[in-house]
Ligand binder design. Structure first.
Ligand SMILES: [Zn+2]
Length: 378
């Protein structure tokens, strides 16, 4: 059985999908929620496939049928029982096929579309919500390093379902190492901090929470090297009688709160950037220009982003945000113009440049400016 997709794997696959060459054949981008079982997603897929198929004819329809067939085969044979969401990208045409499936511990929305390129919005949103951090749990007699990896189980589900608290400690936490104190010296703490630093470096961890005995945790915090201190999210006091599950649940609450603050800080930076000019831009046209100039630090997308109709020339790459596409490309004169959803193209460009993408929940100014914006590099 294939493993669930990790954050590093997700990053790599987004890069692959963002760079796939266009062909005449359509990509089927298929996201399915598996929480309602086989019957649930099968109906969604059947209904959408039937509707999309009716818009195609000839070779395009044959290619489409082959792409859907591969998706159905995969779903029938390869799904893990613990997967809650699946994303499949499938394209068939005479010269060959492209197929890339991913399974996640997090649910995904049911969402299936046809396009010249893969639609990466939900993968980007998932990447933004991949919750992973390290906990250094310290008591008077031992130190334990834990990695909390929620796959991408959304924080929303966690806050709304208290029964998940137990699973956080049990299933989503992996102990990396545990050291018992041989001596009451600061050398012991120093060694532990060095181990922690190496582990966080090697694993690409960007967030740390200290937990446990308040005095010792304070001592460790003061001794952290700069590179690790900058990754510290919070320090959680815990009594030695608290179970590991309880402590981990408390760290997750702190992590969620910290993330919400971060997201608000991004929205505030965006609003300030729009006011002062030159630090942020809004709307599909300005974002497209900024991406072409490689000036984007972060792409901001509203959760309920609306499609932006436009066209793209597959001969010269020209993109315009206009409802009606011309018969031939005004730039290169070739007959290679195709209608596109420009937001799909913007997300693809961000994926090619490995830009950070933040899916913003509640930001009225962003919605008023078209639901899409960029923070620019200085
Ligand atoms: Zn052209």
């Amino acid at each position: 059985m294939e493993p669930l997709t990790t954050l590093d794997e997700l990053r790599r696959r987004i890069a692959v999908l963002a760079c796939v060459d266009e062909t005449e054949a359509f990509f089927v981008s298929c996201y399915l929620n598996l929480e309602q079982g086989t019957a649930g997603y099968r109906k969604v897929l059947e209904d959408r496939a039937l509707a999309m198929r009716s818009t195609l004819e000839g070779a395009a329809r044959t290619d489409f049928d082959a792409a859907i067939c591969q998706i159905k085969d995969y779903l029938a044979q390869k799904l893990r029982p613990d997967a809650k969401g699946v994303a499949l990208f499938s394209r068939h045409f005479r010269a060959g096929a492209f197929f890339l499936p991913m399974q996640f511990a997090a649910p995904l929305p049911d969402w299936i579309a046809l396009g010249a390129t893969p639609n990466l919005f939900h993968l980007m949103a998932l990447k933004d919500n991949f919750h992973r951090y390290v906990v250094l749990l310290v008591t008077r007699t031992w130190i334990r390093v834990l990695e909390v990896n929620l796959g991408a189980a959304t924080v929303k589900a966690w806050t709304e379902q208290p029964e998940l608290r137990e699973r956080v400690g049990r299933e989503w936490t992996k102990a990396h190492y545990e050291s018992h104190r041989r001596e009451r010296t600061s050398r012991f703490l120093k060694e532990q901090i060095e181990l922690l630093e190496r582990l966080m470096d090697a694993g690409g961890h960007t967030h740390l929470i200290l937990a446990g005995d308040p005095r010792l945790a304070g001592e460790i915090r003061r001794a952290l090297p700069k590179s690790v201190a900058s990754k510290l999210v919070d320090t959680i006091p815990a009594a030695s009688r608290d179970t590991q599950e309880d402590v981990v649940a408390a760290t997750l609450s702190a992590f969620v709160e910290w993330e919400e603050q971060e997201s608000q800080a991004v929205a505030a930076r965006f609003i300030q950037g729009i006011r002062t000019q030159g630090r942020a831009v809004a709307g599909a046209t300005a974002c497209l220009d900024a991406l072409h100039q490689r000036r984007v630090d972060m792409l901001l997308l509203a959760r309920d982003l609306m499609p932006e109709p436009g066209w793209r020339c597959s001969a010269c790459g020209e993109i315009r945000i206009e409802h009606d596409e011309p018969a031939v490309c005004p730039t290169c004169g070739k007959n290679a113009v195709k209608p596109i959803d420009v937001t799909v193209e913007l997300i693809r460009l961000a994926g090619q440049q490995d830009c950070r993408v933040e899916v913003v929940e509640n930001c009225d100014p962003l919605m008023a400016l078209g639901g899409i914006g960029c923070l620019l590099r200085y």
